[in-house]
Design a protein around this ligand. Structure first.
Ligand code: NAD
Length: 458
């Protein structure tokens, strides 16, 4: 079970958000059976999910220092995505992109073939929508291949329990795993964390974060075009479907929720939230267009999160902290540069500035890859999955509170049994026309109805 993994997570691990890669693996470091002793060897990379982020991650990998990195295989369910990605990557990294035609895998079983093309010490990049993470991560572990995978890692309780079990297996097999919560690798935020720990702004009383901008990505979706394959439609519009991405809430908000929890060095134990669908016309997606969440930490500290996606309203992206002796900015206008800073008072104005991280700052999307490849080349324990699952779960806790209209505790989300992507392992293995969620006769998919659907989000 997962009860064990769940128990460990709920009782002990949530107390600290900083354990991360090293601590998670240190537990079993003495049990490591064998190592990748390749210092300086070529690390081969396969890309599964050749979209925007996957292409970016492959670039970050090939730009690292300390040894050769080559892209040797790609997989996707859309040929156009695969071709577009390869064209971009070959243009920038001509000598490092070595993907023969028979290593271009189209279709739902492509991930297996891409992973099969790798050897020990190599890395597969998993940048499909999150719904496929558990099935693809498991296959990589079975094959003994290192992994970089994007956030979120999970969308609900069952997928979180599954990923925690897989994380333990990965550690036992000495597989290195990086998770795309790149902010954790940001040099400025790391210094900010140390300063907060050192007491620069006193004890944290409250945190607040905002992500307010017009609809972006595939979050809001008009009716499915007639004739389009159901599963491919949902994958193409994955921000619209809770099984695929956790919806816009999980996909967009996880970074800021995670960075605030990191600064507090604790995970929250409950969430209370409101949200709704306003003027959404004929849209068929499962998202709300506004969310407001109050997270509570074990010591009573609050994190207030605000998300809104409507055209014609002012835009805002910000994460900040209020302490007993001052305040801090965790994200000023975006993930990178973070432009972190601390202040003597609560107004966060320049005349009360204590410290700010010097610009320009290193790009954390590059740093996270340097850290992963350093761990691979030097055989350092490295498994970011437990922390990534906790961040995903805490994010789901806030989303679930908004979607159900109930107060949701950490234990409740962890132990909940609504598995959004049930059967995705089947879909990941074939060219299916169906999908984990079905539209009604009106072409609309089930949406959250707080108060009406009990403890189910849809
Ligand atoms: N860390 C960050 O800042 C960041 C930024 C953007 C995206 N992301 C994450 O990266 C992931 C991908 O996002 P994106 O914006 O690149 O989306 P995208 O749609 O551009 O790319 C996803 C790709 O995966 C492919 N795909 C889907 N299902 C597949 C399957 N079963 N097998 C093989 N290929 C499959 C799609 O065809 C597409 O090419 C998401 O989890 C997202 O949250 C992270």
């Amino acid at each position: 079970m997962s009860a064990e993994a769940g128990d460990r997570l709920s009782r002990r691990a949530f107390l600290r958000t900083t354990g991360g890669a090293a601590a998670a693996s240190a537990l079993t470091a003495s049990m490591i059976p064998d190592v990748h002793a390749a210092g300086g060897d070529t690390v081969q990379v396969a890309l599964v999910g050749c979209g925007g982020r996957g292409t970016g991650a492959a670039e970050n990998a090939m730009a690292t220092k300390g040894g050769d990195v080559k892209l040797v295989a790609v997989a996707d369910v859309f040929e156009s995505k695969m071709k577009g990605s390869l064209k971009q990557l070959s243009g920038k990294f001509k000598d490092q992109v070595k993907v023969p035609d028979d290593n271009k895998f189209l279709g739902f079983d492509g991930y297996k073939k891409a992973i099969d093309s790798l050897g020990k010490g190599d890395v597969v990049i998993l940048t499909t929508p999150c719904g496929f993470r558990p099935v693809m991560f498991k296959y990589a572990i079975d094959k003994g291949v290192n992994v970089f995978m994007e956030k979120p890692l999970t969308v609900d309780g069952p997928s979180s329990r599954k990923m925690l079990e897989l994380a333990e297996e990965a550690t036992k097999k000495n597989i290195k795993v990086g998770v795309g919560l790149m902010v954790r690798h940001c040099k400025g935020r790391q210094q900010l964390f140390d300063r907060i720990k050192g007491g620069e702004i006193g004890d944290i009383l409250a945190m607040r974060a905002y992500r307010i901008h017009p609809p972006v990505g595939s979050a809001f979706t008009p009716p499915k075009p007639a004739g389009e394959n159901e599963l491919l439609f949902q994958i193409r519009r994955f921000h619209s479907f809770l099984w695929a991405s956790g919806g816009l809430f999980s996909d967009f908000y996880i970074h800021q929720i995670d960075e605030c929890c990191w600064m507090k060095d604790m995970w929250p134990i409950k969430a209370e939230a409101v949200g709704g669908r306003h003027y959404r016309g004929e849209d068929i997606d499962q998202n709300f267009d506004s969310y407001s969440v109050e997270y509570t930490f074990p010591d009573g500290t609050k994190l207030f999160y605000y998300g809104r996606h409507m055209t014609g309203t002012p835009q805002r992206f910000f994460s900040g902290i209020h302490g007993t002796k001052g305040s801090a900015v965790v994200s000023l206008t975006g993930h990178t540069p973070g432009r972190v800073r601390t202040f003597k008072d609560q107004n966060m104005k320049d005349d009360q500035l204590i410290w700010s991280f010097p610009q320009p700052e290193p790009n954390p999307y590059d740093v996270e890859w340097q850290d992963l490849l350093d761990a691979i080349r030097n055989d350092k324990p490295y498994n970011e999955v437990p922390r990534g699952v906790q961040a995903s779960l805490v994010t789901s806790m806030g989303r679930r509170a908004a979607h159900t209209g109930q107060i949701v505790t950490y234990d409740q989300i962890l132990k909940s049994d609504h598995e959004f992507g049930a059967g995705v392992d089947v879909y990941a293995g074939k060219e299916g026309g169906e999908a984990p969620v079905k539209a009604g006769l009106d072409g609309k998919y089930p949406v959250p109805e707080p108060g009406l659907k009990g403890d189910r989000e849809y």
